[in-house]
Design a protein around this ligand. Sequence first.
Ligand code: GLU
Length: 462
Amino acid sequence: MKQIVTRFAPSPTGTLHIGGVRTALFNYVYAKQNQGKFLIRIEDTDIERSTKEFENNILNNLSSIGLTPDEKPINQSERNDIYIKAAEKIIESGNAYWCDCSQEDLEEMRKAQTEAGKKPMYDGRSRNLGLKRSEKTVLRLATPESGEIIVNDLIRGEIKFNNTELDDLILLRSDGSPTYHLCNVVDDYEQKVTTVIRGEDHISNTPRQIHIQNALGYPELEYAHLPLVLGTDKKRLSKRNAATSLEEYRDQGYLDSAILNTLARLGWSQGDKDVFYMDDLIKDFDIRDVQKAGAIFDITKLDWLNSQHLSDLSLDSFKEQLEPFLQKLDIDINDHEHVDLLIDSMRTSDNTFSGIARSLVPYYKDIKEYDAKALEKFVADKNLLEELKDLLSEVEDWNQDNINDVLKDFQIKKELSVPAVNQPIRISLTGSTKSPGLGLTLCLFGKEKSIDRISNLLNFLS
Ligand code: GLU
């Protein structure tokens, strides 16, 4: 059996888009589950919009997220000779012709067709003129004038295109440069690609590309056109409705594995299983089960999956990955007496590393601000906080059990609710009403600092 070869073929006209990561992921997984190869091709023929910076961004991000190609990526901009040779082969086979229609000719043609209520397209007027190549001519593919092209899409099933709907597309421009479709088809052949997995925006290109393949005598390819990635507003995912670059998600502290998991679940599911790592995907993913309808990229889903993936990390790995997020806040993770206990008790405080780092700030730095609403709700009575401070000052052996017992007794004796007693202390220590169990929180701060912080809040209030 032929070895499966897939490819991701980005145009380097922007940083790696989250939708691109999804396309690359499905190509990668499909190759790996078939013991095949995953390749990358940089489609940089549009020299005005393509940059090396974007190319490097795409390649580095793909590798660092684990979607490493099995061969060195190729660049279309360096392969002109190969495309020109292919065009010459088509000329020799009699499947292409030179056309000297000017821009004005084409515009007039389009206008007349539109006025006649027809679909505007090149009408093939130069096809039988036997024109020679000149500075004014483009090379066009002589597309069959009848019949149909049937694409057997792994996701969409059979898609039919009437050849009469397709005009004779340009293969070489008048300056001799090859066009996008020609390069794309030639490279799929040269890279021995067997399976094209790409966004559904490329469906209409497929019959055109198949005609070029046929003209060159290339073997048939397998296709899978992926549903669009939509924002929560059901419009195509764009900067307007979401962060779109992979880096933005990483900077917010989403794990690569959670990002990939979320992307894999766009339009694909397997029973009620939610959490998938790469190995699971290679085992379980089936491209034929991907739905056709656009799939919504929902940040709340990513948040949830991220929390699941975070909880699977060992404490050491969690700490290591959290460290840079704390550094951004000028915090050295080890600058705490009970660092392991602290990080372990705070690891579920938020869904992302950046959120967790933010909630750790009060444990490393003095409190600059108290949550105003929390103060209003829980610290209306300064005297109670004074009493709590005195009570805690008397605890000799500062451990969770002792602290909890003392606070519990006080709460019962005073006939107060648990939050009425606990929250003022919590607010003193962390500035907010959120923290791990109060006994644990007080231990994380230690006796001296806990008492100090209660004094600070008392000062702040007076
Ligand atoms: N270069 C095209 C793009 O970035 C992909 C073409 C393909 O996958 O065939 O959309």
